[in-house]
Design a protein around this ligand. Structure first.
Ligand SMILES: [Zn+2]
Length: 253
């Protein structure tokens, strides 16, 4: 098990608001056209202080709900230790076990997202993200790969093995034949990683489809780029999420 420090959980209402924003933003079909949810089957979760102030819970979006329709009130709460639903509601076995495995393996993260976005899911054998563009430079040191989807048998063991591949520092798990998991110490960053891995995959697939030969950027250059971004855009993930929410809010009027 990980020796990482537990995240200091934020207030329940704050995490609910952020998680609802992230769901709607990932699903939004306005100007950005992210459209990352696959039917009603993908899942998001985030740790937060319990509403009654006693301990920590895991907020999880209920299944059967399109993310466009997610609200702060709709999240169910799981007991962080047992995985049992607190109060009313049902969370199917697969999303519950995958999200619990993510939070158990990475106690340092607030949020874990799982989706099947179009481009990042269009993975072929041994797909590897190339360092060819600012968006890929931003995440190239945070990505790991799972190439064993067809071998998984026992869900409980399989999800623990799956999430262990994130290690202690990575934020993006690209699953061959399946989809993406992102984890981060804020909901906004988990959302932004999901956006970036989808956009980087889209650029790479578009370039390959055009028949051009990809030209890789050095990892040293990528590291320097990330340093510049960190100085110039220190709150990029939160600003990104808040701006998409504004677009969604104005488009609904
Ligand atoms: Zn899935």
């Amino acid at each position: 098990m990980s020796t990482l420090q537990n995240l200091e959980a934020r207030d329940n209402a704050i995490v609910r608001r952020e998680l609802a924003k992230a769901c709607r933003a990932l699903a939004c079909a306005v100007w950005y056209r992210y459209g990352m949810q696959d039917s009603v089957t993908n899942h998001v979760s985030a740790v937060a202080k319990a509403k009654d102030g006693n301990g920590i819970v895991i907020l999880i979006a209920p299944s059967g709900v399109m993310w466009q329709n997610v609200t702060e009130e709709c999240f169910l709460e799981l007991n962080k230790e047992t995985g049992e639903v607190i109060g009313e509601g049902v969370v199917p076995m697969v999303p519950r076990r995958m999200q619990l495995a993510a939070h158990r393996r990475r106690p340092d993260v607030e949020a874990a997202f799982h989706a099947h976005p179009q481009y990042a899911t269009a993975l072929w054998k041994d797909f590897t993200l190339r360092c060819i563009h600012p968006t890929s430079m931003a995440i190239i040191d945070r990505v790991v790969y799972d190439r064993h989807y067809d071998e998984k048998k026992d869900y409980k063991v399989a999800f623990d093995q799956l999430l262990s591949q994130l290690g202690d520092t990575n934020n993006i798990l690209m699953m061959e034949n399946h989809g993406i998991i992102t984890v981060a110490d804020t909901v906004a960053k988990a959302f932004d990683y999901m956006y970036k891995v989808e956009m980087a995959s889209k650029i790479q697939l578009t370039a390959i489809s055009s028949g051009v030969e990809l030209k890789d950027i050095s990892l040293e250059k990528a590291e320097a780029y990330r340093s510049v971004v960190a100085v110039n855009f220190p709150n990029i993930a939160q600003e990104h999420l808040d701006e998409v929410e504004k677009i969604l809010h104005s488009s609904s009027k």
